[in-house]
Design a protein around this ligand. Structure first.
Ligand code: NAD
Length: 499
């Protein structure tokens, strides 16, 4: 079995703690590798050497740092197939989805190529008599990125690109369940010209995370994962004087108005609800049709589409719509929640429990489930299921649908399907959710905007990637300058007579 490593000072380093986490092949249920879990001592050493390396990197002008990103982007493109395979091998998602994972990360690296422009300061000429003001953006120093399992390439790239190009060093702590893509990206960015020590990949669990949060050298923490951990990390990082942005879980709704194109809405729901086995923070997990006729017609359209979904290993190629979930524990939890939904009285229109795939009986597969008549007090509504389960909550009016979403504690993404511009506009204006789709199911903003939810889906200010990231990963210094009159006024150029 492969023993994975850390990436410290530009090379692979074996773990010394003797503690490991198993990395599964989710399709077969077999353990394919072991991730070493670092001790605080291993972490502290990596941070100390990152702090040294950061000084030279920060002194490298932004244009040269951007050129490393250019070369890195080129290498990611050249290694696209290999990276997508690595994503799918540990996560279980299909190869096209694995490519999407890499692609959406690459797009953030592309924006980082424009860092010199993003890092330009501001200038006020003559703010007072003979007084000028200017501001500059300087790196924080050593920062940390702590990332989840569900996007093994995209989210590490969202963290490392902006942090590094701003002149910081980064300690990247990948999810212990899918560390190989982060380790490979570290090799590629070295090849692209990043000096050793500027990116350290330290694998670990809570011990390493707490070590990051308590280490005085770490100046900023970018976290993505579940809400309870996001809130915990935000609190501990802030109380230790670090800046932190911590993105959490979600429960994303889609309103379907009576005037919506129901075929398009149903297709969108199936893709956004079941793609990647529902393991996306922007997955749509709640459909909210407005009016009984809309709800009845929508569920009739959804049932055959959901029943037709093909579940299988990524190695089966195009013949698969989504793969297994990440662990056996995740599979059992999802099946348990479906069971609970039935007990609580929701209508199980498609039952994905007990799904077995011939030849992959020990894999972590979950069949797709579809619930109708779900109510907000039910566990399946309140929990982020993070699996291939879509719930239909019926609303009588547009206002009821809007209020349902407004009252939900999460606020990551939301969508509305309608043919009416006025409804869509009203919705986008009023809803208390960070990313809104209008006839668009998964509104992940493009990389030159920024990504972030509201309410319990994000803690801290400023979003990830795009313009906000350049603010998060730099501090502003503002200089007020006055020059007293000098040689221009006072110098004597004529030969003076002696009095
Ligand atoms: P997770 O919270 O279990 O783990 C995320 C990271 O935190 C991992 O690196 C993990 O090692 C670490 N961690 C876990 N438990 C910890 C603890 N007790 N103390 C300190 N660190 C700990 O999340 P996950 O299961 O890997 O990912 C799925 C979650 O991430 C879902 O809730 C999903 O919605 C969310 N997510 C959010 C976004 C977003 O941008 N809002 C994007 C992707 C995923």
């Amino acid at each position: 079995m492969e023993e994975l490593h850390h990436w410290i000072d530009g090379q692979r380093v074996k773990g010394t703690s003797g503690r490991f986490t198993d990395v599964y092949n989710p399709a077969t249920g077999e353990v394919q590798a072991r991730t070493p879990l670092a001790t605080t001592a291993e972490l502290d050493k990596a941070i100390a050497s990152a702090a040294e390396a950061q000084k030279g990197w920060a002194a490298t002008n932004p244009q040269r740092r951007a050129r490393v990103m250019m070369r890195f982007g080129q290498l990611i493109n050249e290694h696209m197939d290999e990276l997508a395979e690595l994503v799918s091998r540990e996560h279980g998602k299909t190869i096209p989805d694995g490519r999407g994972d890499v692609q959406r990360g690459l797009e953030v690296i592309e924006v980082c190529m424009g860092a010199p422009h993003m890092l330009k300061g501001e200038y006020t000429d003559d703010g007072g008599p003979g007084i000028d003001l200017y501001s500059m953006r300087q790196p924080l120093g050593v920062v940390a990125g702590i990332v989840p399992f569900n996007f093994p390439a995209m989210i590490p790239l969202w963290k490392m690109g902006p942090a590094l190009v701003c002149g910081n060093a980064m300690i990247l702590k990948p999810s212990e369940r899918v560390p190989s893509v982060s380790l490979r990206l570290a090799e590629l960015i070295k090849e692209a010209g990043l000096p050793d020590g500027v990116l350290q990949v330290v694998n670990g669990d809570k011990e390493v995370v707490d070590g990051i949060l308590d280490n005085d050298t770490i100046q900023g923490v970018g976290f993505v994962g579940s809400t309870p951990i996001a809130q915990y990390i935000y609190g501990r990082a802030c109380s230790n004087g670090k800046r932190a942005q911590c993105f959490g879980g979600a429960k994303n709704h889609m309103i379907i108005m009576p005037d919506a194109d129901l075929d398009k809405a149903a297709d969108a729901l199936v893709g956004a609800g079941y793609g990647a086995a529902g393991e996306r923070c922007m997955a749509v997990s709640v459909a909210v049709p407005v009016g009984k006729d809309t709800a009845d017609a929508l569920v009739e359209k959804l049932i055959p589409k959901v029943e037709a979904l093909k579940v299988g290993p990524y190695t089966a190629g195009d013949d698969v719509d989504f793969g297994p979930v990440i662990t056996g524990a995740a599979r059992d939890r999802i099946n348990g929640l479906v069971e609970k939904g039935v007990e609580e009285g929701a209508t199980l229109a498609v039952d994905g429990r007990g799904f077995k795939l011939q030849g992959y009986e020990n894999g972590f597969f979950v069949g797709p489930s579809l619930f109708d008549n779900v109510t907000p007090d039910m566990e399946i509504y309140k929990e982020e299921i993070f699996g291939p389960v879509l719930s239909q909550v019926r609303a009588d009016t547009y206002d009821d649908a809007l209020n349902l979403i407004m009252d939900n504690p999460y606020g990551n993404g939301v969508a509305i399907y309608t043919a009416d511009g006025d409804t869509a506009r009203d919705f986008a204006h009023k809803v208390n959710v960070g990313m809104v789709g209008i006839n668009f199911p998964i509104p992940v903003p493009l990389s030159y905007h920024s990504f972030g939810g509201w309410k319990k889906s994000a803690f801290g200010d400023l979003n990830q990637y795009g313009p906000d990231a350049f603010k998060f990963y730099t501090r502003t210094k503002t200089v007020t300058a006055r020059w007293f009159s000098g040689i221009k006024d006072a110098a004597e150029f004529n030969f003076k007579a002696m009095d």
